[in-house]
Write a new protein. Structure first.
Length: 393
């Protein structure tokens, strides 16, 4: 097994250079917020009076039309196109591997600059589709049921790499508009969940900037209500998430006593259930959103009793909430088992009778191991076997 970080509570992320270089010295425009894009164009020498309009045009080409080549930006003069091509690039991470499940779930193993890999998963549903996006390579936290938590850390993703996951999924889905074609209002990629690898609130600025890019009305234009950020409970960043992103919030709750949550979600030792709930109570008002999703992974004999269900309901009283019950996705060497189906249903019933929606998440894409962290690990294992290093999970 990979070595665990020394302390589960200290973020230990390797800092990246702030400037999103494209490898050849050109700055990648993907992931820059609108003001940052304007500043980049001004710095490249575009006349001050033109910067705003040119930035709006480039923005539309990248995020509305899905264009990656400055030469195709036909409403810019040839001289401007040449200048942009010399100074900038429009770069999206490479898809190292793509798998499509029998149920339509698509999983991308995404290779970042420097060779690290993360996962992005697209889940089609009736009339909509959700993209599960990663925010870090690995995770500094060490939730005991989560496979990502066993992977050695690693680094924060840049805003470019977070936005890039959305762009590459739209490429794969063929979802860029075609000029002259009737506008299709049904979106294949209509929702984003920050539930892939990593703790998004430990990479706050990049996640915020990336979400501002995808929410911008002139481009991908996903409303903030179609974006859900999932956190393990980084309490000091929760209010900031409401104020600076304003998206929906999901919280990995998973236990109803501090003793159990300390083990399952070790960040609880730093910010316990009471501190977390206090921050959550303020969230809907601060973000003007309706309700918070409580994620609750069902672990056999650990957190799944009737008493747990009743305690959960008492704890969250007064918070507009939905409880997402997640059957534990088992991974090789995991110290837990999935709760039996009847147990999960009984738990859901108790929560439901108390007045909360309590959907049980249907496992998707199991044939391609679409659960958190598993495809990347499988690939790493295969590599280690090939290089003779051993096949430990
Ligand atoms: N770090 C963030 C977001 C990524 S994890 C967080 O913890 O919220 C996304 C969700 O998947 C979390 O609710 C997490 O607890 C859950 N999860 C992780 N591993 C899982 C597993 N093996 N089975 C079921 N759910 C899991
Ligand atoms: Fe990190 Fe979330 Fe996994 Fe915990 S559940 S180890 S916070 S990715």
């Amino acid at each position: 097994m990979d070595a665990l970080p020394a302390s589960p509570l200290q973020p230990d992320v390797i800092a990246l250079p702030r400037k999103p270089e494209a490898g050849d010295g050109r700055t990648n425009l993907v992931g820059l917020t609108r003001p940052a894009l304007e500043a980049a164009l001004a710095e490249a020498g575009l006349p001050a009076g033109q910067v705003r309009m040119r930035a709006a045009q480039v923005w539309q080409w990248i995020y509305h039309w899905g264009v990656r080549d400055f030469a195709a930006m036909t409403n810019l003069s040839k001289a401007v196109r040449a200048l942009l091509a010399e100074r900038f690039a429009i770069r999206v991470p490479e898809v190292a591997r793509r798998e499509v499940s029998a149920d339509g779930t698509r999983k991308y193993l995404v290779r970042l600059e420097g060779g690290h890999e993360v996962e992005t998963v697209y889940i089609p549903e009736e009339g909509r589709g959700t993209l599960c996006v990663s925010s870090q390579v690995g995770c500094t936290l060490t939730c005991s049921f989560c496979h990502t938590g066993t992977q050695r850390l690693v680094r924060n993703l840049t805003a470019a790499e977070i936005v890039g996951q959305v762009l590459l999924a739209r490429d794969d889905l063929g979802e860029w508009p075609v000029r002259g074609a009737p506008k299709d209002e049904t979106r294949l990629l209509s929702n984003i969940v920050l539930m892939g690898m990593g703790e998004p609130l430990y990479n706050f600025e990049a996640v915020r900037d990336a979400m501002r890019v995808v929410m911008d009305g002139e481009g991908i234009a996903l409303s903030r209500r179609r974006i859900t950020l999932s956190t393990s409970g980084v309490v000091p960043e929760i209010a900031r998430c409401a104020e600076e992103i304003g998206c929906l919030l999901a919280v990995s709750f998973h236990a109803t006593t501090d003793a159990v949550r300390d083990v399952l979600v070790p960040i609880n030792r730093k910010w316990n259930i009471a501190a977390l709930l206090a921050a959550l109570r303020d969230y809907p008002r601060l973000s003007n959103s309706e309700r918070i999703t409580f994620e609750y992974v069902m672990l056999d004999g650990v957190n799944d009793s009737d008493e747990d269900a009743r305690r959960l309901v008492r704890l969250i009283a007064g918070i507009p909430a939905k409880i997402n019950l997640i059957p534990f996705n088992e991974w090789p060497g995991a110290p837990y088992r999935r709760s039996p189906e009847a147990r999960i249903r009984r738990f859901a019933d108790i929560v439901h009778k108390a007045g909360y929606a309590s959907p049980i998440r249907t496992p998707r894409g199991e044939d391609i191991m679409a659960a958190c962290g598993q495809l990347r690990s499988a690939t790493e294992r295969a590599r280690r076997i090939r290089s003779g290093v051993g096949a430990a999970p």
